[in-house]
Design a protein around this ligand. Structure first.
Ligand code: GLC
Length: 536
């Protein structure tokens, strides 16, 4: 087994489930927990180690679960607490860890805390949220903008004050400077840790605090029409404020009080130098602050090699890296890069040093699904239409088989439309196809688990990064075994210049290359990546 001496979350691979779209068990067109339970064996066969489930708490679904009305319950659309207990037991019985989504920045406006907070200026919970008087002209207290369009302040006419919301008005920001609120939120973590969850992905952590003085955010000279309206200002006073560090440390102390290395992953879209601070002083923060930088780096060998070098060099001593290529908020790999490069991307993600996270559907090469205007669900697209900001296209139902409803649902209409290609692109079709994307993911995951060099080994860059070829070495410190990964990021054949003969091929993205010794020059076909036993 790869990764002896490392924590499970270091040698492991995480799989993100967007529960509304994974598996429906009761025919209402929306995925649920019994559905997820019934599909756990897919995850076992795939070879992942942990499943992160996007929010399943009671919610009015203004932002599809990211507006939480009760931090310690399960929304009926997903099932019950008993379903959750069954799911966690079934996952653990299969050796799968379970990671929940924790949404500390904001609750739903229907959460009883907010209802009470809103009721009067003297409410005992007034200070659990962020209330401010209007500006002298009666308008919002300052120029802060909501991520989803419009001002970040909404007026409560009855009490004459505005509440702050980094996202929707239905997602009022919680005030983490209030000790009671903070205790209540930390208690929610304990509730789930005691039920056996193995960790949390912590939502939108960079938004947790805003500067207390409420100064205007400065204008962003780089903003152009067509970009998200929220980017008109630089979020100098609304993001990444110093107090967040202490709050993360408090969350980590809660998690560390439980046995078994409970994991905290932070969602923070930040520059590398700032992201590194989320590991905390002496690694007292997140074990894994999500690294989204591959999502914003051009798909070019030199640019990616430079990113890996910058990220590796910036890691604090002892900090464990991680890589992300997709999630429920971002365009899918096969749409961004095309189906052939999506395979190369899978090899990159699963051979880099650090914990990878795979988003559901990537393992079968699902693509972004165009959503007709009348079927749009995402509040972002509804508030800021036409700019391509909507996230529905990446949240369509998982394609399990060629039967009605793609095996996802027996309902006539799932909550979001199925992709047009679901009859051919689905799990059942790919299981038996030795050249499929699913077969590639399974082979990559099996290799990662078999080879400590890949799971936990050292990383070294090479001089080969030119002409579309990205190459790097992974080395198992214990045995000295060295693997070279060479990825052709372009559509032309490439020869690995200066590469000594004698490489032993373990795996190609094309899956048809026979394993064995290459006693001549190593040639990569268009869009081919290979893993070899060889120094780079
Ligand atoms: C995070 C989630 C996103 C959600 C937002 C507000 O970015 O990933 O889906 O809309 O936070 O909670």
């Amino acid at each position: 087994m790869a990764g002896k001496g490392h924590a499970w979350w270091q040698s492991g691979v995480i799989y993100q489930v967007y529960p509304r779209s994974f598996q429906d068990s009761n025919g209402d067109g929306v995925g649920d927990l019994p559905g997820l339970l019934a599909r756990l064996d897919h995850l076992v066969a795939l070879g992942v180690d942990a499943v992160w489930i996007s929010p399943i708490y009671p919610s009015p679904m203004a932002d599809f679960g990211y507006d939480v009305a009760d931090y310690t319950g399960i929304d009926p659309v997903f099932g019950t607490l008993a379903d959750f207990d069954r799911l966690i037991a079934a996952a653990h019985a299969r050796g799968l860890r379970v990671i929940l989504d924790y949404v500390p920045n904001h609750s739903s406006d229907r959460h009883p805390w907010f209802v009470e907070s809103r009721a009067s200026r003297d409410s005992g919970k007034r200070d659990w949220y962020i209330w401010r008087d209007p500006a002298p002209d009666g308008g919002p207290p300052n120029n802060w903008l909501s991520e989803f369009g419009g001002p970040a302040w909404t007026l409560d006419a009855a009490t004459g004050q505005y509440w702050y919301h980094a996202y929707l008005p239905e997602q009022p920001d919680l005030n983490w400077r209030n000790p009671q609120l903070r205790d209540a939120m930390l208690a929610a973590l304990r509730f789930w840790l005691e039920r056996g969850v193995d960790g949390f992905r912590v939502d939108a952590i960079h938004h947790l605090f805003e500067a207390a003085e409420l100064r205007d955010n400065p204008p962003n000279p780089e903003w152009r029409p067509g970009q998200s309206p929220a980017r008109r200002v630089i979020r100098a006073h609304t993001m990444d404020q110093p107090e967040v560090q202490e709050a993360i440390t408090a969350m980590r102390r809660v998690a560390d009080a439980y046995p078994g290395e409970r994991l905290l992953i932070g969602e923070a879209y930040l520059p590398i130098d700032r992201l590194m601070t989320y590991y905390g002083v002496a690694l007292s923060g997140f074990q894994l602050p999500f690294n989204f930088h591959l999502l914003s780096t051009p798909w070019e060998a030199r640019a990616i090699a430079a990113l890996i070098a910058r990220y590796e060099a910036a890691l604090p001593p002892g900090a464990w890296p991680n890589w992300v290529l997709g999630n429920h908020d971002r365009s899918r790999l096969a749409s961004r890069l095309g189906p052939r490069q999506a395979r190369v991307a899978a090899m990159l993600l699963l051979t880099l040093r650090g914990t990878p996270t795979i988003y559901q559907g990537e393992e079968i090469g699902m693509t972004d699904v165009p959503i007709p205007p009348a079927q749009v669900q995402d509040p972002w697209e509804r508030r800021v239409p036409g700019l391509g900001l909507g996230r529905d296209p990446v949240r369509t139902p998982m394609q399990w088989d060629a039967g009605a409803g793609a095996g996802f649902t027996t309902a006539a209409e799932p909550w979001l439309p199925l992709a047009a290609d679901w009859r051919s692109v689905n799990v059942a079709a790919q299981v038996g196809d030795t050249s499929s994307m699913l077969s590639l993911y399974r082979a990559l995951l099996a290799l990662r688990h078999a080879e400590p060099a890949l799971a936990v080994g050292a990383y070294a860059s090479t001089a080969i990064n030119e002409d579309d070829v990205l190459a790097y070495e992974r080395r198992d410190e214990a045995t000295g075994r060295r693997l070279c990964i060479a990825l052709n990021l372009g559509g032309h054949p490439r020869v690995l210049a200066g590469f000594a003969p004698g490489a032993y091929v373990l795996l190609s993205t094309h899956l048809d290359r026979p394993g064995g010794m290459i006693n001549s020059m190593v040639r990569l076909r268009p869009d081919e990546g290979i893993v070899m036993v060889h120094p780079c």
